[in-house]
Ligand binder design. Structure first.
Ligand SMILES: Cc1cc2nc3c(=O)[nH]c(=O)nc-3n(C[C@H](O)[C@H](O)[C@H](O)COP(=O)(O)OP(=O)(O)OC[C@H]3O[C@@H](n4cnc5c(N)ncnc54)[C@H](O)[C@@H]3O)c2cc1C
Length: 295
């Protein structure tokens, strides 16, 4: 029921979909009616174990979790994660997978929102603790949203880098596109996550034949950082600096653009792209732009 609703709303009214997902994911489910593990196995979710937690900054961390053998997803999709609060209730939130669909574990990248209901709990967890994961993956920030295209642009703010790491660790993007531009905007340089992993992607055996396709374009907005651009994504598109840095023009014919993260950035960037004739991709009318708002 949940999936169908998302699908139909997403196709017809993409903005409404975000509101719907967030409302659905915010539902707090009482666990008091659940028996321990045996009942959980018959539920919509599985109980997984935290294998590793790595802080990046006091407010950002990555986590690795065991993966149920039945959990399938496409690169770019998100999982529904649940944490149990002290009063026994469970809080659910959407989290994009960072890891690739072929990995044996699941990686996630999280912010800690001060006072945030979910992240306050999540950030308290450590190795060996359990996390609930819905059996089903969700989301439409996937490459099958696009027809054709030559250049893939992945534009992220903050934790919005997560689905793009999954897409980049999968084979499809590399095979389908001649060039991939990963544009990743953060406020301070210390918030740039996965920089080493990004640099090493093209050295992976299964991607070696596509080496040279990826260009990483970091943006740091609140300080000067060597090698990074220093303005908002929208400004950089409007003044031509992003295309200059990429050595490539944005065009409806060749560009396919994914946006993920801050809803304000997504909204404004969509308008700027629309002015360049790059349209949101819908089922009935495939276009050049796909988006995932994080709140
Ligand atoms: C499809 C989807 C995928 C998502 N994937 C991720 C992910 O991979 N990593 C992740 O950290 N979050 C992700 N989120 C956001 C996540 O679901 C929660 O909102 C977040 O964990 C905060 O939960 P909370 O209960 O602590 O605070 P909430 O009550 O949910 O949020 C409080 C406020 O914090 C801010 N906020 C929420 N999330 C973020 C964020 N990611 N970055 C900056 N500010 C934020 C917003 O202003 C929001 O109004 C995703 C959301 C959606 C809809």
């Amino acid at each position: 029921m949940f999936v169908c609703d998302i699908g139909s709303i997403e196709v017809v009214r993409p903005y409404k979909r975000v509101v719907f997902i967030q409302a659905a994911l915010r539902d707090t489910v009482r666990t008091s009616t659940l028996e321990p593990d045996m009942t959980a196995s018959a539920e919509k979710f599985t109980r997984q174990t935290l294998l590793d937690v790595q802080p990046l900054t006091p407010n950002l961390f990555s986590l690795r979790v065991t993966r149920d053998s039945g959990f399938r997803f496409r690169a770019g999709q998100f999982a529904r994660l649940g944490v149990t609060k002290a009063d026994g209730s469970v809080v659910w939130r959407a989290y994009s997978m960072v890891s690739a669909p072929h990995d044996e574990y699941l990686d996630f990248f999280s912010i800690v929102v001060p006072g945030g209901e979910f992240t306050s709990e999540l950030s308290r967890l450590g190795e060996g603790d359990s996390l609930l994961i819905d059996r089903q993956a969700f989301g439409f920030l996937t490459l099958d949203r696009f027809i054709g295209g030559r250049d893939l642009w992945l534009l992220a703010t903050g934790t919005g880098i997560a689905p793009f790491m999954s897409i980049l660790q999968d084979f499809e993007a590399w095979e389908r596109f001649d060039s991939i531009k990963l544009v990743y905007s953060v406020r301070e340089a210390k918030e740039l996550a996965y920089v080493k992993e990004i640099a090493e992607l093209e050295q992976r055996d299964y991607l070696a034949e596509h080496a040279g396709k990826l260009q990483f374009i970091p943006i740091v907005t609140r300080e000067q950082h060597p090698g990074a651009l220093n303005a908002r994504i929208t400004t950089l598109i409007e003044n031509g600096e992003l295309e200059k840095a990429a050595g490539l023009a944005l065009s409806p014919e060749h560009s396919r653009v994914m946006l993920c993260g801050n809803p304000e950035m997504i909204d404004e960037t969509r308008k700027v792209l629309k002015a360049r004739d790059l349209q949101l991709s819908l089922s009935k009318r495939p276009g050049q732009v796909a988006v995932e708002n994080y709140w």
